[in-house]
Design a protein around this ligand. Structure first.
Ligand SMILES: [Zn+2]
Length: 245
């Protein structure tokens, strides 16, 4: 068996992939700094000097590009990973894939995943606590974790964001604090109206551990749009304005 690391583009898991197939290879330009000539190659090179013939290299010392087909260890969906490795590692990997029991420590350098994983929304303008928590929530959604955790997590992220924005006062319900942001002209009426999703899902999730995957997705979507509008958009406008001055 051969497995390789990476973030699953389907479920966001970091458990890695079990390879079930490998493509034909192409010989890539060798990176001589990373893979210098072996002593044998050096001798051949020296013997040929003046004869002007290319260096003969065995396949195992060539740098190859190939594609691995793998299955996510969590959601079992397939991915393709384009890799670079020395020929000897490639041969070792091929043997491991065809024989269930063999193991190897070879780690090819992965240069691309297909489909490519979508990075989480994490704009640098977000306050640090909000950004970190929201990255985790987006992974939880991709990994299909219990919806009520995601719903209560989004509430916590929104509460922190509203605090940073100065909406309402401590002790107010979250929806009232969001409404206060509208009164202060920080958010639009449509965003305030949409914030009723917070009220709809909030209590059932927090007190009764209830919530569906659709509700979790809607709450994550709302939280992302809320953060884009209240942090990212003003910071982008500020940047454009300072460039114009
Ligand atoms: Zn997966």
């Amino acid at each position: 068996m051969f497995s390789f690391d990476g973030i699953c583009p389907h479920c966001g898991s970091e458990k890695g992939f079990n390879a079930f197939g490998v493509s034909a290879y192409v010989i890539s330009d060798r990176d001589y700094e990373q893979f210098p000539l072996t002593p044998t190659e050096q001798r051949i090179q020296e013997a040929r000097e003046g004869v002007n013939l290319p260096v003969m290299r065995t396949l195992k010392d060539q740098q190859l590009i190939f594609t691995l087909a793998g299955e996510c260890r969590r959601c079992h969906m397939p991915v393709l990973a384009t890799c670079i490795a020395l020929g000897k590692d490639f041969l070792e990997i091929c043997q491991c894939i065809s024989k269930a029991r063999r193991a190897t420590y070879c780690e090819p350098r992965i240069i691309a995943f297909h489909p490519a994983p979508v990075p989480p929304y994490a704009h640098p303008s977000l306050p640090e606590d909000v950004r970190h928590a929201f990255i985790d929530l987006q992974s939880m959604l991709r990994e299909k974790k219990m919806p009520h955790f995601i719903l209560t997590g989004c509430r916590a992220v929104l509460e922190a964001a509203v605090r940073h924005l100065g909406g309402g006062k401590d002790g107010d319900a979250l929806y009232a604090r969001i409404a206060d942001l509208f009164d202060k002209g920080i958010i639009t009426a449509s965003l305030k109206d949409w914030a009723s999703v917070v009220r709809r899902y909030g209590n059932a999730a927090a007190h009764e551990m209830k919530g569906s995957p659709e509700e979790a997705r809607e709450m994550v979507d709302f939280t992302r749009v809320f953060l884009q509008f209240t942090f990212e958009l003003p910071s982008t406008i500020e940047k454009i304005r300072s460039r114009a001055e």
